[in-house]
Design a protein around this ligand. Structure first.
Ligand code: SAM
Length: 356
């Protein structure tokens, strides 16, 4: 006889949704055997939409200066223990060139909210990347900006924007951030990005301080309403020089459960197996792929600055050359039975006729 959780998994796989109480029960009581069933369903769904392909995103962490003071983040403004850096345009373009030769067809420009780069400079950079590599997608992950800035980047050629909502519960958001930041404003930015036409990525940290199962269900509900093209989730990991330096990390298991649940709720979504997942478990990214993820994000930043973009303690891949990261990633992916493809890896929209 099927267990309660097996019935919940079957219903989630069939309808893409569950009532709040069932989602909470699933997350709270899933056994190892049931989890394997959940992951298998998630793999079926991802393979139906994306086959065995795993998309590469080349991450360029171009500045660790940040005007914000998020309590969890190692590059927060008040962390005076880290050495700050910013990459100039020529270096970033060089990272893209090397990435292109290594088969990357998406470049993710990520950084703290660094006011030193003007919109004009960001737009020029996007234009240059697109001119050098017209077959590539440019993803920005540079935080909360004005609508005018988001529009300017889009018009310059940016295709995608990653802005994790972090937590959908506004009072939990206040627990994780200083008073000048608000969850409402972050969610407003996501709406604007969607309306402009970006492929948008939202997401949350798993196991952040004081996060409850209800908060996670709120996150899942928020994602169902926003319908982002990408969902980035990863465990919270403490960074010792932040206010949350002594808090407990999120767990591998909770993150894997959520990846699989998200895959069943969003069959078409682009879902990375994140570096944070690889940091809390040596095979975390492989396990993420086997729980429904279909994207990996190796680092293309110059090795000299890798160790300075320390959002959390123990971050992996801080010493390797880009080529080494790429090789290592391909091998890891192959071992899961999937394979890395040379492709921009755009969102595959639902074919309503086929799925009706
Ligand atoms: N400034 C941009 C922004 O606000 O979206 C992008 C950079 S921000 C450092 C990228 C992501 O890192 C955040 O959205 C957050 O979820 C994640 N992050 C920061 N500190 C973390 C930690 N201690 N553990 C896990 N993830 C963390």
């Amino acid at each position: 006889m099927a267990t309660g959780n097996e019935r919940r998994i079957a219903r989630l796989a069939k309808t893409g949704d569950l009532p709040r109480a069932d989602l909470k029960a699933l997350m709270a009581t899933l056994t190892e055997d049931e989890a394997q069933i959940l992951y298998a369903r998630a793999r079926e769904v991802r393979e139906r939409v994306y086959g065995k392909a795993v998309y590469l995103r080349g991450l360029i962490e171009f500045t660790n200066f940040c005007k914000n003071n998020c309590y969890y983040c190692g590059i927060r403004r008040d962390n005076c223990k880290i050495e700050r850096y910013r990459l100039d345009e020529a270096t970033i373009l060089d990272c893209c060139d090397r990435g292109y030769d290594l088969d990357f067809r998406t470049f993710v420009l990520q950084g703290g909210e660094d006011l030193r780069y003007s919109d004009k400079e960001i737009c020029r950079l996007i234009r240059k990347i697109k001119a050098q590599h017209p077959d590539c997608a440019v993803t920005l992950s540079i935080g909360e900006k004005s609508e005018a800035s988001y529009r300017a980047y889009f018009e310059a050629g940016a295709d995608r924007y990653l802005l994790r909502h972090e937590t959908a519960n506004l009072s939990h958001y206040r627990r994780l951030h200083p008073p000048e930041l608000s969850g409402w404003h972050r969610q407003r930015c996501l709406q604007i990005l969607k309306a402009i036409g970006y492929q948008v990525g939202a997401g949350m940290m798993v196991g952040s301080p004081d996060q409850t199962l209800d908060d996670l269900v709120d996150d899942l509900r928020y994602l169902q309403v926003l319908k982002p093209e990408m969902i980035g989730i990863g465990p919270f990991i403490p960074q010792k020089d932040t206010p949350f330096g002594q808090e407990e990390a999120g767990t591998l298991i909770d993150t894997l459960h959520l990846l699989a649940i998200i895959r069943l709720m969003h069959p078409h979504v682009l879902l990375p197996a994140t570096t944070a997942l690889g940091t809390i478990d040596p095979f975390g990214r492989e396990k993420g792929l086997l729980a429904g993820a279909n994207v990996v994000m190796p680092n293309l930043s110059p090795t000299a600055v890798r160790g300075k973009y320390l959002l959390y303690d123990g971050k992996i891949c801080t010493g390797d050359e880009a080529a080494e990261c790429r090789r290592c990633m391909a091998m890891r992916v192959e071992k899961t039975g999937y394979h890395v493809v040379v492709d921009r890896g755009d969102y595959k929209a639902e074919d309503k006729r086929k799925e009706a």
